[in-house]
Design a protein around this ligand. Structure first.
Ligand code: SF4
Ligand code: SF4
Length: 343
């Protein structure tokens, strides 16, 4: 497997890395088979998070005996020093290890004050000092936050949604990370499930030598496809280029980064969750999304006032009300089918 230097961490990670969010959806033994196969095929970088229910536990269960041959990144969603330290200790226990390679702050809506000794950032530094992690990073869905994190120089890695639906300013972020020697980890290389032909993002990312995609994998067949693509990396030309351009024109409007810039909504709609519900239903455990609370949240879309505020605020040019409506229709259908199969 080809390896990439992850910025100033100097970690040599495989260009095809494993995103362990979707393994929440499979049982422990299936997860083990998939994770072992990934390891045996040469994938050495596994990204998980405290917030991904049992994902860390599945990695610990499957890969503890080869811990020193792999690179593990996890995330803390907490906003204080003390809680970040608690989270990482829980992560270590679940992962059956005494350190992670990268500890990331998980998508904070506001970047922590790096001078505040009680901040989440101070928690990262203390975790590093205690040897719980080797390097520190941050993940974010917001371009200005990701850019501010890069410019602060305080983080070794930045994780951000990136694929061929991304806008030029996002491509520039990747290039600027490379110039600053900051590791760039791409989440949503398949756009959270919108992109269905894995050859395309694979070929696209060949043009970004420093970018390390963590492909969310939940089925052996998906993993096998990535392994075979890695053996014969596709080139972005001819048919592939045409397919990518077609996707770009058809899907660009559906790629919600969950950044929340379009909010608040006067009708109380949780746009940054509702506008990507179709993907959440299929890429994370779906049961919580079918609760009465989630259903009520989705049904609020009916109360949209068509004020257009969200659309005018979205920096990615999405037709947010139309996207919400599309997600609501899909949600209703998914819900009805789930209820029927429960009977
Ligand atoms: S158009 Fe609808 S969803 Fe968008 S801000 Fe207005 S009320 Fe909210
Ligand atoms: S609709 Fe646009 S602004 Fe709102 S969360 Fe999605 S990407 Fe962000």
């Amino acid at each position: 497997m080809r390896k990439v230097k992850l910025g100033r961490t100097n970690l040599m990670v495989t260009k095809t890395a494993f995103g362990a969010l979707p393994v929440q959806r499979v049982d422990m033994e299936t997860a083990r088979q998939i994770l072992r196969r990934a390891y045996e095929a040469g994938i050495n970088f596994f990204d998980t998070a405290r917030a991904y229910t049992d994902s860390e536990e599945k990695i610990g269960y499957s890969l503890a005996d080869v811990r020193h041959e792999i690179i593990i990144a996890t995330k803390s969603p907490s906003g204080t020093r003390e809680k970040v330290l608690q989270d990482v200790q829980t992560s270590l226990q679940k992962l059956k290890t005494d350190y992670v390679d990268i500890l990331q702050l998980h998508n904070p809506s506001v970047l922590p004050n790096t001078d505040d000794p009680e901040s989440a950032y101070a928690g990262l530094l203390e975790a590093q000092k205690r040897g719980y992690c080797r390097f520190i990073g941050i993940t974010n869905h917001s371009l200005p936050n990701a850019r501010a994190a890069l410019e602060s120089g305080k983080y070794d890695t930045i994780q951000y949604p990136f694929n061929y639906l991304s806008i030029p300013e996002e491509q520039q972020l990747v290039r600027d990370c490379e110039a600053a020697n900051i590791g760039f980890i791409c989440m949503k290389a398949l756009s959270g499930g919108l992109i269905t032909d894995a050859r395309l993002p694979f070929a696209f990312l060949e043009g970004f030598a420093n970018a390390v995609p963590i492909y969310g994998i939940q089925r052996m067949a998906e993993l096998e496809q990535f392994i075979s693509l890695e053996q014969n990396p596709p080139v972005l030309e001819g048919e592939l280029l045409t397919l990518m351009e077609k996707d770009q024109s058809e899907l660009k409007g559906d790629f919600c980064r969950a950044c929340g810039y379009c909010m608040p909504c006067p009708a109380g709609i949780e746009i940054n969750t509702c506008a990507r519900m179709s993907l959440l239903l299929r890429r994370s455990p779906f049961a919580p999304h079918l609760s009465d609370k989630s259903r009520a949240m989705m049904e609020k879309i009916e109360g949209c006032l068509n004020c257009g505020r969200c659309k005018s605020r979205c920096p990615y040019g999405l037709d947010t009300p139309a996207l919400l409506r599309k997600n609501l229709e899909d949600y209703r259908q998914f819900y009805a089918e789930a209820m029927q199969s429960n009977q």
